[in-house]
Structure formats: structure tokens, C-alpha cells
Design a protein around this ligand. Structure first.
Ligand code: 5GP
Length: 201
């Protein structure tokens, strides 16, 4: 059976990845969004098990020690990780999986799953990114500065991504991300089974 596509979406905090991804998932019935584990505080409006599996640091570290994460990283003082089991199960069943993770984690996925498709969602400019982070009003000024300097470091890895989607208007960015998924599905190497079964004598 054809394996699902492992789509890795990264982008700096405040770029609006969440909105773009929600639109893509709403338009695609069969894509599985991997809920990450994190040790950070829950934000207002977030739901445990839907936005993240919120974990205590010791539980996170225990799961990491048991190789329970496909990738994991420390980001701005908190731990984040992708629970391995459910992602592998979906891919094996042919279901496409979307990971929304930061750059260090994306590089780990790239190393262990060379077939993963890496997409970077970028802001139109740094000034616009700062404006979006300030407008979001979920972080203190200190945290905003930390996230901005992290963003600048993340841009250094952008050449490791197969695609860049500039999020000027979320609807446009969502269309571009969907187009990437559609194109990836048409890659020859993903369709060799069809070729063997239908086109070769
Ligand atoms: P936030 O705290 O704003 O929800 O997320 C901070 C950063 O952590 C974002 O860049 C987000 O994509 C990333 N992130 C969320 N889940 C994971 C994960 O499972 N692994 C990694 N490496 N990064 C994650």
C-alpha cells in the first residue's frame, strides 16, 4: 500500500501557521494533524489533547527516554515533541500526516525520513512578523523579543526546506500549501506501484 505523505510545516511564531494549517485541514478530509506534546503553559482558549498534549517536564523527559518521540526540541525554554506511535500508524495506513514543528525538530525528521516534505511558512517581512506577534497579545514583551530572535536564527535553515510559502494573506498561503500537497502526490516515485500494475507488461 502507498504510504501517506509526511508533511512538515515550520515557520516562526506569529507568522500565522495555525490559521493557514486550519484552512488546509478543513479543505482536506483525510489529512491527520499530529497533536504535539509540550511542557509549556496552556494559553487561553487552548484545549488539552486538541492543541497540544500538555505534559509535566518529568513526564515529557520520561517519554523521550523511552524513544516515544519521532522528534523533539527545546524551544524558548519549553520542550516540544511529536509522539511517534500514532504518526507511524497513520503513515503505514496510507494517511497523510501534517507536523507543525519548529526548525530543530524538522531537521531531525529530515534526517530520519528523507521522503518527508518540508515547507516553511515565512512572513512578508521581519517588521510584519513583529507586528503580528505584538497584536496577538499572548506573550510579554520579553517573550516576543525572544521569539523574534529565535525566528531570525530559524531563517538560517530555510534552505533545507523544499518549499517556502509567504503568508501575506492566509487564504492565499493555504491554497499554496494545498497545491504543494497535490503536487507531491503526483511525484513519480510515489506512483511506481500504479506504473508497475497498469503500464508495464
Ligand atoms: P507555540 O508555543 O507557539 O505553540 O509553539 C512554539 C514553536 O514550537 C512553534 O514553532 C511550533 O511549530 C513548535 N512546535 C510545536 N509542536 C512541536 C513539536 O512537536 N516539535 C517541535 N520540534 N516543535 C514543535
Amino acid at each position: 500500500m502507498k504510504k501517506g505523505i509526511l508533511l512538515v510545516v515550520s515557520g516562526p511564531s506569529g507568522v500565522g501557521k495555525g490559521t493557514v494549517i486550519k484552512q488546509v485541514l478543513a479543505a482536506r478530509e483525510h489529512m491527520y494533524y499530529s497533536v504535539s506534546a509540550t511542557t509549556r503553559e496552556m494559553r487561553e482558549g487552548e484545549v488539552d489533547g486538541r492543541d497540544y498534549d500538555f505534559m509535566k517536564k518529568e513526564d515529557f523527559l520520561a517519554m523521550k527516554a523511552e524513544n516515544g518521540f519521532l522528534e523533539n526540541a527545546e524551544f524558548c525554554g519549553n520542550y516540544y515533541g511529536t509522539p511517534r506511535k500514532r504518526v507511524i500508524e497513520k503513515l503505514e495506513k496510507g494517511i497523510d500526516v501534517l507536523l507543525e514543528i519548529e526548525v530543530q525538530g524538522a531537521m531531525q525528521v529530515r534526517a530520519s525520513f528523507p521522503e518527508a516534505v518540508l515547507v516553511f511558512i515565512a512572513p512578508p517581512s521581519l517588521a510584519e512578523l513583529r507586528r503580528r506577534l505584538v497584536d496577538r497579545k499572548t506573550e510579554t514583551a520579553e517573550v516576543i523579543e525572544k521569539r523574534l530572535s529565535t525566528a531570525i536564527k530559524e531563517f538560517a535553515c530555510i534552505d533545507k526546506y523544499a518549499y517556502i510559502v509567504v503568508n501575506d494573506i492566509a487564504e492565499n498561503a493555504a491554497v499554496h500549501l494545498s497545491q504543494i500537497i497535490e503536487s507531491e502526490k503526483l511525484r513519480t516515485e510515489r506512483n511506481m506501484e500504479y506504473v508497475k500494475e497498469n503500464l508495464l507488461l
